[in-house]
Design a protein around this ligand. Structure first.
Ligand code: TRP
Length: 337
């Protein structure tokens, strides 16, 4: 007789967060969201969170923020985050995140936070508030609250996740229990960064003042056409991939590859004998074809308020349930009971 163990997923528990920036752009999609969707099939439990508390480290207009939280949740659903396979919820609705962040902050050495690259660059760009410095502690709380084992993140968040591991270990030794918090492992997506269409040496970003720099998931066909037509390239017409010397063309190569599933080499072979203009036209067709069903779904969901409310509600309840049990344990170990 053969013994077969029950099928185990690759990842026991996945958690990830995304800031409520409204409708995501192609960089958010290829860099994170698409990966989130795929990971739903590879984990026992998946939690995806719109991290509204994190977004408060910069000033936010209340009605804008309210709309952006909703648009981000809708977009995640439209892109394939499936509420039957993962728990989708809004961070601030589960108050344990903020509570645990406080508990963790009371033991996290300031030196660890001052070392963070993001803190070092951002503190000079905006007025320093305490939340900007303690941002990674809230992120650690997000992850540890659910005893997360794996965290899909962009490469810019790996350092924050390392801090979460250090915090986990700090508490594990204080609690004298090596397995109280599992050490969360990063899953870094394989698709490289999508760059700005206006300045291909910087990342595609919501904060770029030029709308032409990014393609949003709800852009119309005409807008997509215009943005790609105006995308900055260079005076060489041949298609090659070399992000250092030819960032503009390389960005288009990698967008095309990302959407078609082709490697960069395949893409270059595909475009042999064609010039940048011809390539832009193919990239345009490909982006339009790929995004149009997502755009349609976003439009439908924007009209279906009830479904969206119910889905987020369901997610919040499910998250709260897991969080409550863990948080009660933490309170107990700390002597708060
Ligand atoms: N800091 C992350 C970002 O800006 C978002 C985030 C918040 C996150 N909490 C998280 C990501 C927990 C992974 C896990 O992209």
């Amino acid at each position: 007789m053969s013994f077969s163990a029950p099928a185990r997923a690759l990842y026991p528990r996945i958690f990830s967060g995304i800031q409520p920036t409204g409708i995501p752009h192609l960089g958010n999609y290829l860099g994170a969201i698409r990966n989130w969707v795929a990971l739903q099939e590879k984990a026992d439990q998946v939690l995806y969170c719109v991290v509204d508390l994190h977004s408060l480290t910069v000033p936010q207009d209340a009605s804008r923020l309210r709309a952006n939280i909703r648009d981000m949740a809708i977009s995640l659903l439209a892109c394939g985050v499936n509420p039957d396979k993962s728990i989708l919820f809004q961070q601030s609705k589960v108050s344990y995140h903020a509570e645990l962040a406080w508990l963790l902050s009371c033991r996290t050495p300031l030196g660890w936070l001052r070392r963070m690259t993001q803190w070092k660059t951002k503190k000079n760009q905006q007025s320093e508030c305490l939340g900007l410095l303690s941002y990674p502690v809230l992120m650690a709380a997000d992850v540890l609250l659910y005893k997360t084992t794996h965290v899909p993140v962009g490469s810019d968040q790996v350092q924050h996740l390392e801090l979460a591991r250090d915090v986990a270990n700090l508490f594990n030794s204080a609690f004298d229990d090596n397995s109280f918090f599992p050490e969360p492992e990063p899953i870094v997506g394989e698709h490289g960064r999508v760059m700005s269409l206006r300045d291909p040496t910087s990342k595609m970003s919501k904060s770029d003042p030029s709308d032409l720099s990014r393609i949003e998931l709800t852009d119309t066909d005409d807008v997509i056409r215009k943005k790609i037509r105006k995308a900055v390239t260079d005076s060489t017409s041949e298609i090659t991939y070399d992000p250092l010397t030819r960032p503009g063309v390389s960005n288009l190569v990698s967008i095309y590859g990302g959407l078609t599933g082709m490697s960069n080499d395949d893409v270059i072979r595909h475009f042999v004998g064609k010039d940048t203009e011809a390539m832009k036209s193919d990239v345009t067709d490909c982006v339009i074809e790929y995004l149009s069903p997502l755009r349609k779904r976003i439009r439908e969901l924007r009209l279906d308020e009830k479904y969206v409310d119910e889905t987020l509600d369901r997610g919040c309840k499910a998250a709260r349930e897991i969080a409550r049990e863990n948080f009660d344990n933490i309170r107990n170990v700390l002597g708060l009971t």
